[in-house]
Design a protein around this ligand. Structure first.
Ligand SMILES: *Cc1c(COP(=O)(O)O)cnc(C)c1O
Length: 330
């Protein structure tokens, strides 16, 4: 398998919205889309996406993680961008039909099939900066992906950015292209200047998240993270880890905390990034005001490992799915 996101199944699912209605969805050979150069998305960034995985177990079936929750999040993203909202049943059947067709292409855990529903505004109107795209295309890509930690899970180094924000109040919890464009410049600068892996965005000292993952502080018996608000993406991995942590006896504290509080916490607590691609990744070093600060001893810690394993055991079919998180497809 190539690098994450570079290999695709030979079919994809597609549906179109026009004249106030969704067309029937179709599974088609993967091919370039023909779009008018005036399409709304090219000019006004009317686009949102989702990302989640299907795992193939020994039972020969694919098991999609938190499908309904990801669809609900995509509906919220579409609504915030004033794009036509994908019908939940339509999108669910696009995903499950595609997964059923490609089930033989899904590698065994820890590899998986990454699914990428995408919605774009296709209204042909370059005068529509202040009006919504009333036409859209919804498609679902499928991409076989390998184990994120194949090279071992080394603890990440993050730059603590206290000036600039990753996104805005309006779009922070929307999974939309512009947010990644906004995070790109600061992230590339930080990689070059400090050799970090990612930037932890903490505008005005408020510890939020990195460019594409949520941030959690994990102690021996508590887990601390920012409460849901409109400034950051509401990760399904974050939510799943918090539920599993509570069941494993951790005290779950969702509260706002500052960079000063974070620097104090990491003397005794682990830190981690959460997201579908990497599940739960340990953070070993923070760079703040040109200084490197170790998170505990700078290495991956046992609580992060334990919680990651608890989640992956469910995803890989090694522990019972007591939350109804998986959708079976054969
Ligand atoms: C997708 C994403 C996450 C992680 O969400 P999951 O549902 O856990 O994959 C976190 N932050 C940002 C900015 C994201 O785009």
């Amino acid at each position: 398998m190539g690098q994450f996101g570079t290999e695709f199944c030979d079919h994809f699912a597609i549906a179109r919205f026009k004249n106030n209605a969704w067309s029937n969805a179709a599974i088609e050979p993967l091919q370039p889309l023909a779009l008018h150069p005036a399409a709304h998305v090219f000019h006004y960034a009317s686009t949102c996406f989702e990302g989640f995985k299907a795992y193939k177990w020994d039972d020969g079936k694919a098991h999609i993680f938190r499908l309904a929750d990801h669809i609900a999040r995509m509906q919220r993203s579409a609504e915030s961008l004033r794009l036509p909202i994908p019908d939940a049943d339509l999108l669910a059947s696009m995903v499950t039909d595609l997964v059923a067709r490609q089930v033989d292409d899904i590698p065994a855990p820890p590899s998986s099939l990454y699914l990428r529903p995408t919605l774009i505004g296709t209204l042909e109107n370059i005068g529509a900066a202040a009006s919504p795209s009333t036409e859209a295309i919804l498609f679902v890509l499928a991409s076989p992906v390998g184990d994120y930690f194949a090279g071992g899970s080394k603890a990440l180094k993050l730059l603590v950015e206290t000036e600039r924000a990753r996104s805005t109040e309006q779009l922070g919890s929307t999974k939309t292209g512009g947010n990644y464009a906004a995070a790109l410049g600061p992230t590339l600068e930080a990689k070059k200047k400090y050799g970090v892996d990612q930037v932890l965005f903490c505008p005005h000292g408020d510890v939020q998240e990195t460019g594409a993952a949520n941030f959690l502080v994990i102690g021996d018996n508590e887990i601390i993270t920012k409460p849901l608000d409109s400034t950051f993406l509401h990760g399904m991995t974050r939510d799943s880890i918090l539920k599993l942590a509570a069941e494993n006896g951790y005290k779950v504290t969702e509260k706002n905390f500052t960079v000063s509080e974070l620097l104090e916490l990491v003397k005794s607590h682990e830190a981690a990034l959460s997201g579908t691609a990497a599940c739960l990744s340990p953070v070993g070093t923070l760079v703040y005001k040109d200084e490197e600060i170790k998170v505990r001893d700078g290495n991956a810690g046992p609580n992060t490992e334990k919680l990651r394993k608890a989640l992956q055991d469910i995803q890989y079919g090694l522990a019972p799915d007591t939350h109804g998180w998986l959708t079976d497809v054969s």
